[in-house]
Design a protein. Structure first.
Length: 107
């Protein structure tokens, strides 16, 4: 291989290596910036751990859901009671209408 070809290959290889290093440095800089943004979102600025906070929220949500289920059962029971009361009221009204519609006994 001619010395001029070798020199050209070394120069081209050096340029490629410099370009790759530049790309890697830029990639690392962007990753560092993104990681900083992520750290800002998840790092604690208070005394409790994030996991403990989430556990407390989940526990509270479970209590809310349990209360909602209890209220649903209570409402279903009230609907049943109202349905029963309505049926009894209609039966009494029907008996009263029947009683009123009967002819009076002769006096």
């Amino acid at each position: 291989m001619a010395p001029s070809t070798t020199a050209a290959l070394i120069s081209a290889g050096g340029a490629v290596i410099v370009a790759l290093v530049g790309v890697l440095v830029e990639f690392a800089r962007r990753q560092h910036r993104v990681m900083g943004e992520v750290r800002d979102q998840v790092s604690n600025t208070h005394q409790t751990n994030l996991r403990d906070d989430l556990d407390r929220v989940i526990s509270g949500l479970e209590r809310v859901l349990d209360g909602q289920a209890e209220h649903s059962r209570g409402i279903a029971a009230l609907r049943t009671d109202l349905s029963h009361e309505r049926a009894e009221r209609l039966a009494v009204a029907e008996r009263l209408d029947h009683h009123i519609a009967r002819p009076a006994p002769p006096a």
